[in-house]
Write a protein that binds this ligand. Structure first.
Ligand code: SF4
Length: 215
């Protein structure tokens, strides 16, 4: 059997992370739900820094789904090439824009079910859009949230869906979005994938990974 921290410990862990990262927030740049949706599709297997560079130019010229639909798949692919998997991402973005125009009057829907019908939009992307653009409580589990929360003991599961359920059960609802950003910040800066910097981490006295593998 694996281990989970108690709810009290989870609260304490989040308080420590809040002190460590008082400015934790989305690192993708956007100014409306549509821009966040496009940026999040582009961010698969790519860094936020790279996506921000690409969208800085892209968003200046292309502001609505209709604008994107004037481009061919190849033309859009060229503009987003440096984000990687550009053929697929271009196809998904244009498919998403087409659906937004046809079924949602050009607006981004604000429910998970509807968002997940859009091409290239999985549960994680839907949760990112819900929490960051619509301020709805959701926990998007990306690679950092998955790794860090299972190392610390905020979750004890081997897949992202169960991790999301564990986190929703262990963390108070009004902290879901915040916790998502805190865990990403921690994963990028200290609890890195290959070599976590445990010697710099203030969570060592809570962390189950630390107790089992480092201490
Ligand atoms: S103690 Fe190490 S494994 Fe645990 S959260 Fe900190 S960096 Fe990650």
């Amino acid at each position: 059997m694996g281990k989970n921290l108690s709810k009290k410990e989870v609260k304490e862990v989040l308080m420590i992370l809040e002190e460590l990262y008082p400015h934790a927030k989305a690192e993708l740049n956007f100014s409306n739900p549509f821009e966040l949706l496009i940026a999040t599709i582009l961010s698969a297997q790519c860094t936020d820094v790279r996506v921000n560079k690409v969208t800085e130019k892209l968003f200046r010229k292309y502001k609505t789904p209709e604008d994107y639909l004037k481009l061919t798949e190849e033309e859009l692919g060229e503009k987003i090439r440096s984000c990687g998997f550009y053929n697929n991402k271009s196809k998904n973005i244009l498919g998403t824009c087409e659906m937004l125009v046809k079924e949602y009057d050009g607006k981004v829907p604000d429910t998970r079910e509807e968002l997940m019908k859009l091409p290239g939009v999985g549960r994680k992307t839907a949760n990112v859009v819900l929490s960051n653009a619509f301020f709805k409580e959701a926990i998007a589990v990306d690679t950092h949230v998955f790794r860090v929360s299972n190392r610390i003991g905020l979750s004890n599961s081997s897949n992202v869906l169960d991790t999301e359920k564990d986190l929703m059960g262990n963390i108070e609802k009004n902290m879901w979005s915040k916790a998502h950003h805190l865990l990403i910040f921690h994963g990028r800066r200290i609890c890195k994938a290959r070599k976590p910097l445990c010697e710099k981490c203030p969570l060592d006295s809570y962390c189950i990974y630390y107790k089992e593998n480092v201490q």
